[in-house]
Ligand binder design. Structure first.
Ligand code: NAD
Length: 357
């Protein structure tokens, strides 16, 4: 029996989970000692943010509805200025990773506590990682000030998430858990969370597809997303996330859908080097092969399977392989440009995953 030897870093944060848990919003804002909340959302989710502001009544100081993908610095500056002008003492972010990312941009500068109400499965609410983009370049960093202090997970708020987005966002969450299982700094606690995340998402997503208003299924998926986000916030990610950042950052591919296509291929690449992680992923999915299991799940749920469907040109594959191979980073299997290139070719075509030589 191998001896246990690990570091586990718990991340502070209070989680309120359950259908209808939004009813506790007032209590939770009060518990933060806040009296002047700035509510954040994207333009598309303004109605939800207005509902939040109405619930907060006099504790809502204002609403900012310009959250956008990858937190453009101009948007962050406007939101920070509004928070200062309103003398806000808390940011309430309702939405996906873009809106929670905007809350983080405010907290990074001001230290304002964030109460996050996630409505996708991206998992940003459980991480101390922030991102800001300026002139087309995205800068990321880690700072404990940006970790939301309270998170309300209410599956009712995810009922409006269209099924294709729910599937893509859910497989995005599965990627955090899957890579967390073979992370260099994985530990028994995050691995438990990761396997349970994969199990909940693999059960929840097809059930959401089968019946979009199944609140139990939406709850399973959101529960999995919470655990997967916790894993993302605790251990390092590898090849899959690096490839997705390359494809999103340098070629403008959509965030969650890119994760959906690439995950099966990244797992196939790493399979031989991380057999225990693969066994746990396969067990969570109830299949024999982790990579094929993810591919089949995506296919069954009607997700895009090919990078060509997301707008990538075949002529870009060489440059994508160059960029992804350029900065060395840890991965269970060493990164070799030729292997990456054939991985990308398979992902481009939507072929079933297989380990590149
Ligand atoms: P998103 O936040 O950009 O949301 C996509 C769209 O869906 C938006 O228009 C949003 O308003 C809408 N939407 C969200 N929830 C909805 C709902 N329930 N009903 C109807 N519409 C809804 O997408 P995302 O995938 O959640 O987040 C992606 C961003 O988050 C990226 O910028 C990514 O880099 C970042 N991210 C950061 C971290 C981190 O730890 N810092 C983790 C994951 C993702």
């Amino acid at each position: 029996m191998a001896a246990l030897d690990f570091v586990y870093q718990a991340r502070a944060g209070r989680v309120i989970f359950g259908a209808g848990s939004l009813q506790h919003l007032g209590r939770e804002v009060l518990a933060l000692g806040a009296e002047r909340a700035l509510v954040l959302c994207t333009p598309e989710q303004r109605a939800s943010a207005e509902m939040i502001a109405a619930r907060l009544g006099p504790r809502a100081a204002g609403l900012f509805d310009q959250a956008a993908m990858h937190v453009p610095i101009e948007v962050a500056r406007d939101a920070r200025a509004l928070a200062a002008r309103l003398n806000a003492d808390c940011a309430v972010a309702i939405g996906g990773g873009s809106t929670i990312g905007l809350g983080k941009a405010i907290a990074l500068e001001s230290g304002l506590p964030i109460l996050a109400i996630p409505t996708t499965y991206a998992g940003s609410e459980m991480t101390p990682i922030y991102g800001l983009s300026e002139a087309g370049l995205k800068r990321t960093g880690t700072d404990l000030r940006v970790l939301p202090r309270t998170v309300i997970y209410d599956p009712e708020l995810t009922l409006t998430l269209p099924v294709p987005m729910a599937v893509a966002s859910g497989i995005n969450a599965m990627a955090h858990a899957a890579e967390g299982l073979y992370a260099r700094d994985a530990n028994p606690v995050t691995s438990l969370m990761a396997e349970e995340a994969l199990r909940a998402l693999a059960a929840g997503l097809p059930a959401v597809v089968a019946q979009t208003d199944d609140l139990g299924a939406r709850g399973q998926a959101l529960y999995g997303a919470w655990l997967a986000g916790s894993v993302l916030g605790s251990v390092g990610m590898a090849l899959h996330h690096k490839l997705c950042h390359t494809l999103g950052g340098s070629f403008g591919l959509p965030h969650a859908q890119t994760h959906t296509v690439v995950l099966a291929h990244a797992l196939a690449y790493n399979a031989g080097a991380a057999p225990q992680a693969m066994a746990r992923i396969a067990r969570a999915l109830g299949v024999d092969d982790a990579a094929l299991g993810v591919y089949e799940l995506a296919r069954r749920c009607g997700a895009p399977l090919a990078l060509r469907e997301l707008g990538l040109a075949e002529a870009d594959l060489d440059r994508a392989a160059d960029i992804a191979a350029a900065n060395p980073y840890w991965n269970p299997r060493p990164i070799a440009r030729a292997g990456l290139r054939s991985l990308l070719q398979a992902a481009f075509e939507g072929a079933p995953p297989r380990a590149p030589h």
